[in-house]
Write a protein that binds this ligand. Sequence first.
Ligand code: AKG
Length: 200
Amino acid sequence: MSLHLYQEKNVLTKEECETIIQKALPFLQKSQVTGEYDFDHFNQKKFRMSEEAHFHIIDDDVVTRKLRNKIKDISGLPISHQESICVINYTKDGYFLPHYDYFGHDTTDDNRSNQRLFTYLIYLNEDFEGGITEFPKENIKIKPETGLLITWNNVIDGTNELNPKSLHCSTEITSGEKWVVSVWVREHQADFTKNLLINN
Ligand SMILES: O=C(O)CCC(=O)C(=O)O
C-alpha cells in the first residue's frame, strides 16, 4: 500500500497558465468540500479557505484541452473519465486542511462505485510564500512551480480500495496568492456536468 507520486515540469507554459487564471477570474466562488474528512480533528476550524471555478469538457479551449490530453496520456484513461477542471485560488491566509480526495464510507454508492482513482494538480504560478502541497503521512512537501504537474493514486493500485497514504493538504499562504488546477480522474466515464459530487 503506497503513494505513487509522479511529477512533470513545464506541462504548461507561463502564458498558458495565465490564460487559465484569466478564464477563471470572473467565475470564482467559495470552495465547497467533498471527499472524506475528520471534522472533529479540525476543531471546527474552517476546512478550506479558497475560491474556485469549474470548467466542464464543453467549456474547453485550446489550453484546457491540451491539459486534458496530457492527463489522458499520463493516466491512460479517456478524457471522459475526467471531472471538471477546477481552478483554485488561495489568497493570503488561505489553506486546505489535510483530506482525502477519494469518496469515503459516508458518500453515495454512485460515487463509491466510480472512485476518484487519481488526482492531478497543475500549479499556475509560484510568486507567493506558503501554499506548499504536503502529504503528511509520507512526509512529502511539494513547492509549487509554474507549469509543474503532480499526480498520485487515491486508491490502492489496481483496486478501488482507499489509500490512506494519499492524505494531503495545502499550507497557509503567508504572502501573495496561489493558483492551481485540480482534476480528478474516475474509474468510469460519467456526465460530470451533473451534480454527482454532492453527497450531503
Ligand atoms: O492546493 C493544493 O496544493 C492542494 C489542492 C487539494 O488538496 C485538492 O484539490 O484536493
